[in-house]
Design a protein around this ligand. Structure first.
Ligand code: SF4
Ligand code: SF4
Length: 111
């Protein structure tokens, strides 16, 4: 919710770049799928819509042709398609999720 509100001013979890899923390994536990800024998505984008700015890979929504090759390539399942035909979203390291996490399960590592 924090992610969607920060980026879209909407209380709409569909528009969050971070998803919480039940663990396949540990029943009753949950995991967050998190972008590691590995750059795999950028390397497969056919129109170079994903670019690196500092430590962050960002999607240029104006260039994107919504082919979703980046979603298929992401090893962390961290590219989110919230609406077919629209450019996907991904984490841009804003840190809003970590700020609000009550148990500090999410945290930012600053190099
Ligand atoms: S969205 Fe996926 S492929 Fe792209 S940088 Fe993040 S983890 Fe890597
Ligand atoms: S969906 Fe957009 S950002 Fe992703 S690979 Fe296709 S054109 Fe590039």
């Amino acid at each position: 919710m924090a992610c969607a509100f920060f980026h879209f001013s909407e209380n709409n979890p569909k528009k969050s770049a971070i998803k919480i899923n039940e663990s396949k390994e540990f029943k009753g536990r949950y995991e967050a799928n998190i972008c590691t800024q590995c750059g795999e998505c950028a390397s497969v984008c056919p129109v170079e819509a994903i670019y690196k700015e500092g430590e962050v890979y960002r999607i240029n929504r104006d260039k994107c042709i919504s082919c979703y090759a980046c979603k298929d390539a992401c090893p962390e399942n961290a590219i989110v398609v919230y609406c077919e035909g629209e450019p996907p979203i991904k984490c841009d390291l804003c840190g809003e999720c970590a700020k609000i996490c009550p148990t500090k399960s999410l945290y930012m590592e600053v190099n």
